[in-house]
Structure formats: C-alpha cells, structure tokens
Design a protein around this ligand. Sequence first.
Ligand SMILES: C[S@@+](CC[C@H](N)C(=O)[O-])C[C@H]1O[C@@H](n2cnc3c(N)ncnc32)[C@H](O)[C@@H]1O
Length: 224
Amino acid sequence: MIHLSARLQAIASLVEPGAAVIDVGTDHGRIPVWLAQSGVAARVLATDIRSGPLAGAAALAEKTGVGERVTLRLTDGLAGICPDGWNTVIIAGMGGETIASILAAAPWTRNGVRLILSPHSKRAVLRRFLTENGYRILSERLTEDAGRIYPILTAEGGSSGSYTPAELQLGKLEQIAGDGLFGPYLDGCIARAEKAAPYSGEASALAAEYRQIKRRLFPHDDSK
Ligand SMILES: C[S@@+](CC[C@H](N)C(=O)[O-])C[C@H]1O[C@@H](n2cnc3c(N)ncnc32)[C@H](O)[C@@H]1O
C-alpha cells in the first residue's frame, strides 16, 4: 500500500466502504491509488485539468498495480462526467472559490452524492456557496500536516441553517469545536483577523466574534 500523508489519509478515511469515488484535481493521484489498493472504493475516477499531473497519476497507478482500476479523465472539474452511480466526490487542495465553481457546474452533486471537500483558502466562500445552493454540511474536521492545519468537510444535497460570518470561516461550532485542533486553528484565525482589522471593518468584526467564541469555549485560556 502506498503511504498517504496525514492530510490525504484524513480525506481518504471519510470515504465509505464500497463507494464509487471521483477525485477531482487529483494531481499526484495518491488518493485514488490508495482507495483502489485498499479496496475501500468499488470504483475510482480521477480527474485533473492539466495533462502533466494526470500522466503522473497514471504512472503511479501503473507502478502500484492498480492501473486497470483507476480511470483517469482530463477535464475541468466534473465537466462531461455522467453521474452514472458515482456517489462520492472528493475535491481537495484547491481554493474555496474553485471548489464552489466546480460544484456549481455540476448540480447533480446535490442528488445522493457525498462530498468530501478540503479548501486550502477562501473557506468562507465555499461554506457560503454550499449553504446558499442546496447543500447541507454534514461534518467538519481539522487535520495537521507539515505544520499547517487544514479543514475537511463533508456535505450532501439538503438545506443548512444560517451561518454567522465566523461560522462561515470556521464551520458550525457544534460540528468543529470538539476537534482537538480547534484551539490552535481559532488562534490562527484570530491572529489573521487582528492583523487585518486596522484596514477592514469586516476583519475587525470577525476578530471580535472570534474572541467571543474563544472566551466562551476556552474560558481559562487568557492568551488572547
Ligand atoms: C494543489 S493540487 C491538490 C492535489 C490533491 N487533490 C491534494 O489535495 O493533494 C490541485 C490540483 O487541482 C488541479 N485543478 C485545479 N483546478 C482544477 C479544475 N477546475 N478541474 C480539475 N482539476 C483542477 C490542478 O491541476 C492540480 O493538479
């Protein structure tokens, strides 16, 4: 079995056994290869918008003996892919706006598809898109890899309640506050919002909302 980094392992662990999985923007192809090798996925399709990464993913699948079980497709997001029983879509390692635009162009992802999403920037843009466009965020978690903390969320078609500006950034507190990495993640968000606060009313309001959350959840931590 190939080795997955902590971040990729956290993503792969959210795939349900027997799933038919599309990994959008696969790049190195490690997730689809691991899903095929482990037998967790019944079938796997890996896409990328660039041919170079796709060739690398093909080479890895061949080298590890799963070339016949991982289908590769050069395409923008999910363009041209027939829903055809695919019940899990992973989109990780891209900005939140890119993930949102890929989903917006594939409304079939609202019908019985489990989404595993890991935005590396613009997280609030993605959560806002999901909550305003017929998706329900099912779970939130954080994973640490090489000194950075990444959010990973799962979603499906449905409706979400309303989110405050801080919840759009952090995730719903009832879903994320119990995560062991939430404290340091919140501290990072507070530091970034406080840095931007002198130049932006929005950042200033966000910093205030974060500090209120911190006081409520970590009443004995007076570091901020
Ligand atoms: C930083 S890599 C992330 C790779 C992998 N998903 C991960 O999380 O480690 C982003 C990949 O997404 C691909 N990509 C960017 N926009 C895309 C799009 N609209 N459709 C498909 N792939 C895309 C890039 O070519 C690149 O290979």
